[in-house]
Design a protein around this ligand. Sequence first.
Ligand SMILES: N[C@@H](CCC(=O)N[C@@H](CS)C(=O)NCC(=O)O)C(=O)O
Length: 205
Amino acid sequence: MGRIKLSYFDFDGGRAEPIRIALSIGGIEFEDRRLSFTEFSEMRAGTPLNAVPTVEIDGVVYTQCNAMTRYFGKLAGLYPADPWQAFLCDEVLEIIEDAAHALGPTLRLQGDELKAARKALADGMYTRCLRTLDKRLEAAGGQYFADRRFTVADIKVYVWIKRLRSGGLDHMPSDLTDAIAPRLVRHMERVAADPGVVAYYAGRS
Ligand SMILES: N[C@@H](CCC(=O)N[C@@H](CS)C(=O)NCC(=O)O)C(=O)O
């Protein structure tokens, strides 16, 4: 494969973070282009769907974070070959995408509107997502979401739970996961200790 350039906002989270981690674990060389909000607004209209992440491969710019997560996950050996296990992995990836999609409109709100929207999310959809993920993890044996091994599903959940618990999302209770799905907190801690994940963050500092 030729040159890979991944473009996304300059923080260790969000839609590009699982892709960055998978690329790093796979030992796949890539340019990690981290955008300021000003840089994004300058390049936004030039992206295929006015959104990031984008990945440029051999001069062509592609979109859709889960397509990237799956593709680079396959190259890195972090995606199941078995169709059923792949389905279990995919369901998890798409649950988190639904959660990210629902958060989007709240990022533009302020004050009481923001508070009400975040409370509705926490009490409604996010609670449902956490309960479903918790059930899936239990059914899969409690350690990993698919294939009884570390896959991109584990990375995707890890990145989301880390953000939910960070306190960085105003009016989103940072203890929501701990209260509803403590199994996911233990899972997050296990993923954080994975040697590939540790090496990725060590390389970032
Ligand atoms: N379906 C797309 C969604 C991409 C998306 O909405 N990205 C957000 C950032 S996480 C974005 O670029 N928003 C910019 C905007 O709405 O102006 C994907 O999976 O990559």
